[in-house]
Write a protein that binds this ligand. Structure first.
Ligand SMILES: O=P(O)(O)O[C@H]1O[C@H](CO)[C@@H](O)[C@H]1O
Ligand SMILES: O=c1cc[nH]c(=O)[nH]1
Length: 288
């Protein structure tokens, strides 16, 4: 096997991976992703001990233990393009030997839980709710750079395209399920469940109009009435489908949990988003 070149697997002078600034020994097998870098400390403040901290750009990592369980919390920043960076670098940390620059014979699967914020599309899921993404549909195209055939749910993609009369100029949405064992572990009566729509932007891509007209002004209403099997499309955010897609391609286990801070149906935004995020953090740490 030929070695992966310096231009492809980029390491810093100290041997850490390029953007995340991490070496293999710095990360746990259980990982929590957050978007906002300041949310990392809101999670690690609950740890018994923090053994390691680092930051480069928006990528902050704290590794420690919570009730004896080793966990790393990593901020991804905003959007699927950032997930591409974080996911590939995390996978390299566990599955590529940095000395030989070869893929390891024995691969490690990470458990990744996203603790994110999101906007609900449904009247019955108000701000302040918690929601688990049982599946996600990405409208951002990030996964389409990879050979994703055979990994995505074609039937769900087709149903979504048909239901929304999706304009092909925006690319083909990709649909992926969450890890079934993690769904079972995190399920409870406190948690709504639904299909999350991951957008490549906060404004036009989520149907928000300030000064520029959107390509399809009815899109959110069409998404709001989309149902596949037993689940409805419930919420919009910017990372989940990308996480599920790369997890599937690289054989990791992922689940995305959402603190609902906006309700697009009735036009409301939470007065106290941090309270809902804190509720989700406690919920996650107690189940992980
Ligand atoms: O709160 P985080 O985790 O960043 O998640 C949501 O908030 C950001 C937009 O404000 C996007 O990243 C979206 O997915
Ligand atoms: O509406 C929302 C709220 C949070 N994050 C998003 O991406 N969209």
């Amino acid at each position: 096997m030929s070695e992966i070149k310096a231009s492809e697997l980029v390491l810093n002078p100290d041997g850490s991976i390029y953007h995340l600034n991490l070496k293999p020994e710095h990360i746990a097998q259980n990982i929590i992703f957050v978007g906002d870098q300041f949310r990392v400390q809101e999670i690690s403040k609950h740890f018994d001990v923090i053994e390691f901290k680092t930051q480069k750009r928006e990528f902050v990592t704290h590794t420690g233990t919570y009730k004896g369980k080793r966990i790393s919390v990593i901020s991804t920043g905003i959007g699927p393009d950032n997930i591409d960076i974080v996911f590939n670098e995390l996978d390299a940390l566990v599955n590529i030997d940095f000395e030989t620059r070869q893929i390891k014979q024995e691969l490690t699967a990470l458990n990744i839980i996203r603790v994110g914020t999101s906007g609900s599309l449904q009247e019955h899921i108000p701000v302040g709710s918690l929601l688990m993404s049982v599946a996600a549909i990405g409208t951002d195209n990030m996964l389409r750079s990879y050979r994703s055939e055979g990994h995505t749910n074609l039937a769900m993609e087709d149903a979504f395209i048909q239901h929304t009369k999706w304009n092909a100029i925006k690319g083909r949405p990709y649909a992926i399920e969450a890890d079934q064992e993690l769904i079972a572990k995190f399920r409870s009566s406190e948690m709504h469940e639904g299909i999350t729509i991951t957008a490549g932007g906060f404004y036009g891509a989520q149907g928000r109009v300030l000064r520029i007209a959107v390509e399809d002004e009815m899109l959110n209403e069409k998404i709001d009435s989309f149902k596949f099997d037993t689940h409805k499309a419930t919420n919009l955010e910017m990372e989940t489908a990308a996480i599920y897609g790369l997890s599937k391609l690289l054989c990791h286990h992922s689940l995305s949990l959402n603190a609902i801070i906006a309700n697009r149906k009735n036009g409301t935004f939470s007065d106290n988003p941090y309270e809902t995020v804190e509720k989700l953090i406690i919920y996650t740490l107690d189940k992980i």
